[in-house]
Design a protein around this ligand. Sequence first.
Ligand SMILES: O=c1[nH]c(=O)c2nn[nH]c2[nH]1
Length: 294
Amino acid sequence: ARLSAARYGKDNVRVYKVHKDEKTGQQSVTEMTVCCLLEGEIDTSYTQADNSVIVATDSIKNTIYIKAKEHPVNPPELYASILGQHFLDKYAHISAAHIDVTVHRWTRMVIDGQPHPHSFLRDGQETRNVEATVTRDGITIKSGIVGLQVLKSTGSAFHGFVRDEFTTLKETWDRILSTDVDAGWTWKKCANLAAVQDGVERFDAAWEAARNITLKTFAEDESASVQNTMYKMCEQILDAVPETEKTNYSLPNKHYFEVDLSWHKGLQNTGKDAEVYAPQSGPNGLIKCEVSRS
Ligand SMILES: O=c1[nH]c(=O)c2nn[nH]c2[nH]1
């Protein structure tokens, strides 16, 4: 037997950082969960019980906090790149650092019409995600949005699909569409950390654009299918963010079934009379795509 792949580190490292603006007294907060895995000349720690090559996962955890103190944690793409680059700079035998950052929502409260200086709310389990791979050959970054739950009560159809001896699904021209958005966009490779930092505002702008494109397309598209609607989202993100090379979506189709109540005094609740539905926990459709520049 031979070791064919190996990476190790610390997962689920929760980090909070506050920024206090001395002039305005306004405070801002960031909360994230970090996973940091290292690759390199570490085989002997697996095969020969040679611990001399191991940067302890506890030390990796410590480094996550130290770098969060020493450097900005926003945008997460920059923090992830700085953190990853540290391990290559410090440890010659480490060849790659895989950094995943999941940023949780703390949205500033608006109290009596005014943004509150130091109070925030968790308005959804949606997260902003970054996967950075830092190597001596450059930095690849994939940004994303995960867990953005959306629903539309009409404006979605699904008909014209294969009908055969396996098909029971009725065609519909008017259905509920609900999904949990998992969207990603992959940046063109950066040669080094300086290239990430140069034009760093592009990361927040891209996240804003991708989120707005997703919501607007979901809301306004007369959807013929999840497939077609998500493709339209991808096209627009590539157009809006020229420094990306591809984008991808993974969308569960979270079904809402009609409930036939006609057995009860002839109550009409199907088709055009449908108002009360049974939301389904599963099974769910799952539609995935990756769209690249042509
Ligand atoms: O949008 C949809 N795409 C599909 O592939 C599918 N299959 N069943 N319902 C569906 N809805």
